[in-house]
Structures are given as structure tokens and as C-alpha cells.
Design a protein around this ligand. Structure first.
Ligand SMILES: [Fe+2]
Length: 204
């Protein structure tokens, strides 16, 4: 959740809405925007729309087709919506035939928000061969990164590199992710390392 300068809330990739969560959301401010960062993160949007009918719902690329049951108010694009542009910037990471993610940056806290492009599972999260694959796939702490199948789906690397370049131009201090432990330390360095496979600092 991000509280915008007008006091309203921007909800990124909402999870299941429990009574406890709802109470803490309501204590922070009115829910103004509900945002899906990519077409895999959409399960709870309907639930939140029912709870907060005044909120405006924004679709990530390709999500409208997938969720025809949801009434979207807009589509996320390369420029932030006027309603949150003063607080949050965004970049659409294109180039993969599999998945397109919209990455956000909160100016005030210098925080970048990644849903699936950077994952950081604890070392003991996956057992046995799954653990081996996860480590080899580059999504296990202390080396957070993009899952290998997704990396391989970036056929247009130039487009992806351009997007990551825009992201790295933000004064990043913190990195917020949807999967795994929250990374600590130098956020910009972490993002640069996580996309080494794309930027050429380490092998693909
Ligand atoms: Fe995810």
C-alpha cells in the first residue's frame, strides 16, 4: 500500500482481504486505486472492488482479456496516471512473449516495487530438486532475480534493457517484492545485480 500525498491509498497487487487487513487499510485512508502489476497478479481484485466500490481499477497489459468479469477503469501505460503521478512513477517492462510487468517507484520512500521480475525465496523454501532448480533459476536469497523461464522468454532484449535502464535511473533505496524475503541493503545495487543477465554483468 502506498499513501498518496492527498491521503488516499494506492493498493498494489492486493492479497486476500481479511477483516484484520481491511481494518488496517481503513485506518490508513480511503482506497482510491487498485492496481495489478502483471497479468499473474489479479486473483483478489474482484474482492477488493466489492469492498471498495469507489476505487478505480487499473489493468496490467493483457489482463483485460483474461478477466472480462472485472470492470477496469484504465490500463497501465508508460506514464503514470495523473491521480498518482505526483507520488509514483512507472515503467512497463516489455520484451517477453510470456509476461509484461509494470514496475512502480514511490518517490517519497525511494522504493521500487517488483511483483515477479525479482523474487527472493528463503534458501530452505524449496526442498530437494525444486531447491536445486530454484537456486539455479536465480530466485533464492541472497541472490534475488528473475525466474529462468521468464528470462528466457525475453526475445526482445533491447526493449527490456531500455525499461530496466529507466528503472535504474530512479534514485532507488529500497526494493519491495511480492515473493520471498524483503531484500535489505543497497536497493539500486540489488536491482542492477538482479538484472545482470539482461545488462550483461553476468552470464544469461
Ligand atoms: Fe507472482
Amino acid at each position: 500500500m502506498i499513501r498518496l500525498s492527498d491521503g488516499s491509498l494506492f493498493i498494489w497487487s492486493p492479497v486476500a482481504l481479511s477483516d484484520v487487513l481491511r481494518a488496517s487499510v481503513d485506518a490508513l485512508g480511503p482506497v482510491r486505486y487498485l492496481v495489478s502489476p502483471n497479468a499473474l497478479h489479479h486473483f483478489y481484485l474482484g474482492e477488493w472492488m466489492s469492498a471498495y466500490p469507489a476505487a478505480r481499477l487499473f489493468a496490467s497489459p493483457r489482463l483485460r482479456k483474461k478477466r472480462k468479469d472485472l470492470g477496469f477503469d484504465g490500463d497501465l501505460a508508460d506514464v503514470p496516471e495523473p491521480g498518482w503521478a505526483a507520488d509514483i512513477d512507472q515503467v512497463v517492462v516489455r520484451g517477453s512473449f510470456m509476461l509484461t510487468e509494470v514496475v512502480f517507484f514511490h518517490h517519497l520512500s525511494h522504493t521500487v516495487l517488483f511483483a515477479d521480475l525479482i523474487q527472493n525465496f528463503p534458501r530452505d523454501w524449496f526442498k530437494g530438486w525444486r531447491g536445486f532448480l530454484a537456486r539455479r533459476g536465480g530466485i533464492v536469497a541472497p541472490n534475488p532475480g528473475t525466474p529462468s523461464d521468464w528470462r528466457n522468454s525475453f526475445f526482445n532484449r533491447r526493449a527490456a534493457r531500455a525499461a530496466i535502464g529507466q528503472i535504474l535511473a530512479w534514485p532507488i533505496e529500497r526494493v519491495l517484492i511480492a515473493h520471498g524475503d524483503l531484500p535489505s541493503g543497497d536497493g539500486a545495487a540489488l536491482v542492477r545485480r538482479a538484472f545482470g543477465w539482461l545488462l550483461g554483468h553476468r552470464g544469461a
